[in-house]
Design a protein around this ligand. Structure first.
Ligand code: KG4
Ligand code: ZN
Length: 335
């Protein structure tokens, strides 16, 4: 068999991305970030769909050109089926279906959360099975037991907000521009993580709760600003560092428990929040302390990208796991 060459498309949220993979090697990964949402302080679903429609052809063309692959060399076309925004997913799904139909090649539907984890197989070092993956994004917070490329089990997850939301909403309360997570990360690097204390919800097992911290930050800011109207401006770095420290400590506490209970020392992080420098550094510290092998994706494969969709599609192709022309997006697709 010649090496499968797959075009993959990601359009679940506000990134339009296309990638080409050949024989499991990502040859191109083009990402168009939608600036249109900035002035609204968050992703506006209808605007995301329209921007995907504008971006998709140029992004796919660039992905093919960069990879030096013509469309006639493609073995399959893959797309993100979910989870994500319905209108945004529809653009990638419809495009992939027509492209595959026109070329008379198979279609592959990919789960976005599975793909975040499979981003670890794009570059070396690759984790060994079974491993635990803390998947942290704007919509999800999960501890996943990864038994094989396509065999994964969620053992813990948030019962309310995702940790990415906690980052973004705190950043918004502090007046930081969208997207909040990376801005908060930058400010935190200059601050004292022990300056302030914030309580976090303690859930049973490996589950999380991140809605409480938002409220505690809100009341904390309200009370301190009453005493000193310039409190936020004067303490922004310390507030960011303290909130970030609390979130990271909460995330990793459950991971430590899971590694002990399951006797697993291979630990990975994935998803947009795995770009957070505090989380990346903390994971390295925990690795030393607990004797873990840790896996941290390159920045370009943390936040949404089609490279990871291509990686998932590669394994699905090898397994013969294809979709058909009746495929439709699944905004709440489960792992
Ligand atoms: O995986 P992703 O790109 O999209 C979703 O599938 O949700 O994750 C986006 C989330 C956002 O909440 C964003 O603020 C957060 O990842 N994020 C960060 C950082 N970079 C992205 N949060 C904290 N620190 C960062 N450096
Ligand atoms: Zn994502």
């Amino acid at each position: 068999m010649t090496e499968p060459t797959i075009l993959a498309i990601e359009s679940s949220c506000d990134e339009t991305s296309a990638a080409v993979i050949r024989g499991g090697k990502v040859l191109s990964n083009i990402i168009a970030t939608q600036a249109v949402h900035e002035k609204y302080g968050g992703v506006v679903p209808e605007l995301a769909s329209r921007a995907h429609q504008q971006n998709i052809i140029p992004v796919v063309t660039e992905a093919l050109n960069t990879a030096n692959v013509t469309k006639n060399e493609l073995s399959a076309v893959a797309f993100t089926r979910g989870p994500g925004l319905l209108g945004a997913l529809l653009v990638g799904c419809s495009f992939a279906k027509s492209f595959a139909l026109g070329l008379n090649i198979p279609l592959i539907d990919v789960n976005h959360m599975q793909a975040h984890i499979l981003a670890h197989f794009i570059e070396d070092p690759k984790p060994n099975f079974p491993f635990l993956c803390l998947t942290v994004s704007g919509g999800h917070t999960q501890i996943v037991l990864v038994k094989d490329h396509l065999d994964m089990e969620i053992i813990g997850q948030t019962t309310d907000d995702a940790v990415g939301e906690a980052f973004d909403k705190t950043a918004k309360m502090l007046g930081l521009p969208y997207p909040g997570g990376p801005m908060l990360d930058k400010a935190a690097a200059q601050g004292n993580p022990k300056a302030f204390e914030f309580p976090v919800g303690n859930m049973p097992g490996y589950d999380y709760s991140f809605s409480g911290i938002k409220t505690s930050v809100l009341y904390f800011l309200r009370d301190r600003t009453k005493e000193n109207p310039n409190f936020v401006q004067e303490n922004i770095n310390d507030i960011c560092a303290s909130v970030q420290h609390t979130l990271i400590k909460t995330l990793l506490k459950k991971v430590v428990q899971a590694t002990k209970d399951l006797g697993i020392k291979e630990v990975a992080i994935a998803g947009g929040v795995s770009a957070n420098s505090g989380l990346r550094a903390a994971l390295q510290d925990y690795a030393k302390k607990y004797n873990w092998n840790v896996y941290i994706p390159a920045f370009q494969y943390c936040t949404d990208n089609a490279g990871m969709i291509a990686m998932a599609a590669h394994y699905q192709y090898l397994k013969g796991d294809f979709a058909d022309q009746y495929a439709s997006p699944d905004p709440r697709m489960k792992l």
